[in-house]
Design a protein around this ligand. Structure first.
Ligand SMILES: *Cc1c(COP(=O)(O)O)cnc(C)c1O
Length: 226
């Protein structure tokens, strides 16, 4: 099997010269494995549970960038607000308000992505374009000072059908373009399109991904029973 170090280097080579960065998804894996990736130069890590990020964060160097990529309950925001680098999974105004409140408490602006629903599976979280437009038009949103929206995120259908995946990635890119034009023309920080995982990152990069979230292709299979 390829080592974590080798696969990190492999991704670095693959992504060099592109506009896309690697988020190493370390959920369920112990800090020892994260440390291996860190030593190989990886800094951005993705987790899907607030408590798991909170317990791993003090055990790793302070320049690790923690990305929250899973569904986030409002009552958990406070655990990660002091240090989280990017909350990728914002799917409601209520959540954004709570992130703003916790940002204020911690005297910082917290970067976020809006998560969109692009897959066919009805278990996936996310907004549709109209909901996102309503959120962005709302007075409540416009008064938030301690959050900054940097782009969009989506989880594609779990399928090997490349045409289908391509369609979903293009849909997300289309949402990004629409929001950029309507709300963020003068906001250079609104530039991220987070899409692509272990099985479909190559397609996602071809469709304009700026952040691929790769777990099992780096760390191996996850054992949820642990
Ligand atoms: C787990 C997860 C990933 C990584 O999945 P792999 O198939 O292991 O690469 C990416 N994005 C989200 C939102 C996840 O929950």
């Amino acid at each position: 099997m390829v080592s974590i170090e080798e696969s990190i280097q492999d991704f670095r080579q693959r992504l060099s010269g592109t506009n896309c960065q690697l988020i190493a998804v370390s959920k369920t894996h112990p800090v020892e494995l994260i440390q291996e990736a860190y030593v190989a130069g990886q800094r951005a890590f993705g987790e899907n549970k607030a408590q798991e990020i909170m317990s791993k964060q003090p055990l790793l160097p302070p320049d690790v960038e923690w990305h929250m990529i899973g569904h986030l309950q409002t009552n958990k925001v406070k655990y990660i607000a002091p240090f989280v680098h990017l909350i990728q999974s914002v799917d409601s105004l209520r959540l954004l308000q709570e992130i703003d409140k916790q940002g204020q408490k911690n005297n910082r602006v917290i970067d976020c992505l809006l998560q969109f629903y692009i897959a066919e599976e009805n278990t996936k979280y996310g907004l549709d374009l109209e909901e996102a437009r309503q959120l962005l038009h709302s007075e409540i949103f416009q008064q938030l000072k301690n959050v900054r929206l940097c782009g969009v995120m989506g989880v594609a259908t779990n399928t090997e059908d490349e045409e289908h995946l391509q369609k979903e990635f293009r849909r997300l890119k289309g949402y990004f373009n629409a929001l950029k034009e309507e709300f963020f023309q003068d906001a250079p920080y609104f530039k991220e399109i987070s899409m692509g995982m272990s099985s479909d990152y190559q397609l996602a990069i071809a469709e304009g991904s700026t952040m691929i979230r790769v777990g099992s292709a780096i760390f191996g299979h996850r054992n949820y029973a642990q």
